[in-house]
Ligand binder design. Structure first.
Ligand SMILES: NC(=O)c1ccc[n+]([C@@H]2O[C@H](COP(=O)([O-])OP(=O)(O)OC[C@H]3O[C@@H](n4cnc5c(N)ncnc54)[C@H](OP(=O)(O)O)[C@@H]3O)[C@@H](O)[C@H]2O)c1
Length: 335
């Protein structure tokens, strides 16, 4: 692999440098080859650039599902302090007890947080800053309702828009001045593969996650251009088995996540939590976590939505269960 990369780089850069090639299409090809080599290098040989040891991390939505796994993964990396936020404080206390039992050195603060409520966000920030200060914010809190759009309950719609998007963005904005005081800080947004590809019966959820992904990449760039010490990262899980919202949605219709995700893939909560750690350690902008690579599908869906539309009705016949299962969830919500 190294040899191949070296050869690609040499051929590419030599081609660019060669004067007589400059005006020919060979120079363009050589430049492309160089870019490909750099891309391959960055993809397959990422450098570990940051450590989590000794940091203070705030995690939203830490009372259940992925948030619990993320908190454990951070503790396993040696973070010094964890601030856990969610609406159910009693659940947070259970999570804290388990964490402290497994990682006695980590100091844990649990705080009631409703990301949709401005006062609650301000309280969370104030107490987290006094306990910390925090260098890492993990925006994990999220809600999901599958429904036929025209029949969707307005409260459920607002809950998704406010929790997954506006509340999360406001929390990030109020955290930012604190994070900017640090030598180095990170914001990790837990988005979803649903944000990269249209999901029938989950339009609002997909819209919030697409916006969250887009926000992350924009802010990452803005921080780089402004030479600010905060780095933004995005982790996009596919369907997660065992815990969390996808497992609950599949369970509601008597199915498992592996059945819902047949032929499209799924992932485990541990892999998602590891991706959060990896995003920071290896400074990755966006990580898609799924058993099958979905990037090619996203590219098709983004460039040729008509093809995606044409293939969707065939999905059932091809053994894909996703839309059948999501539709059954939407039917349940309509009852
Ligand atoms: N599970 C999946 O398959 C999957 C796939 C892709 C992306 N994701 C994303 O991963 C994140 C975690 O999802 P999950 O599957 O772990 O879901 P989950 O098990 O339902 O947990 C959601 C967490 O968010 C918290 N939360 C909900 N509303 C909140 C609010 N207004 N303020 C503060 N906390 C709130 C909940 O705690 P309280 O109820 O105590 O407030 C809970 O701790 C979400 O952003 C989700 O979109 C999940």
């Amino acid at each position: 692999m190294w040899l191949l990369l070296w050869l690609l780089c040499c051929t590419g850069f030599a081609g660019c440098a060669e004067k007589r090639f400059r005006k020919s299409s060979v120079a363009g090809g050589a430049l492309l080859l160089s870019l490909l080599a750099v891309l391959l290098y960055v993809t397959f040989f990422p450098q570990r650039v940051h450590e989590l040891k000794g940091l203070c991390c705030a995690v939203t939505g830490a009372s259940d599902g992925l948030g619990v796994f993320i908190a454990h993964a951070l503790a396993a990396e040696g973070v010094e302090k964890l601030v856990l936020g969610a609406r159910r404080v009693e659940r947070l206390e259970e999570v804290k007890a388990d964490l402290v039992n497994r990682f006695p050195k980590v100091k844990v603060l649990t705080l009631k947080l409703d990301v949709t409520d401005g006062e609650s966000r301000n309280d969370f920030l104030r107490q987290a800053t006094t306990f910390g200060p925090c260098q890492v914010l993990i925006n994990n809190a999220g809600v999901l309702t599958y429904a036929f759009f025209e029949a969707m309950d307005n409260q459920a719609m607002d809950a998704m828009l406010q929790t997954n998007l506006s509340g999360t963005l406001h929390l990030t904005k109020s955290f930012l001045p604190e994070l900017l005081k640090e030598k180095r800080a990170h914001v990790v947004n837990i988005s979803s593969t649903a944000g990269g590809c249209s999901v029938a019966y989950g339009g609002i959820y997909a819209a919030t996650k697409a916006a969250l992904t887009s926000f992350t990449i924009s802010l990452r760039l803005e921080m780089r251009l402004e030479k600010k010490p905060v780095t933004f990262h995005c982790v996009c899980p596919g369907l997660v088995e065992d815990v969390g919202m996808a497992a609950s949605a599949s369970g509601r219709i008597g199915a498992t996540v592996s059945e819902t995700g047949r032929n499209l893939g799924w992932t485990s909560p541990t892999k998602v939590a590891q991706a959060v750690v990896r995003a920071i350690q290896y400074d990755e902008a966006q990580i898609l976590v799924n058993s099958i690579p979905l990037q090619p599908l996203f590219a098709i869906a983004a460039c040729l939505p008509e093809i995606w539309e044409l293939t969707s009705p065939l999905m059932g016949a091809l053994g894909f269960q996703l839309y059948r299962h999501l539709r059954r969830n939407a039917e349940l919500a309509a009852k």
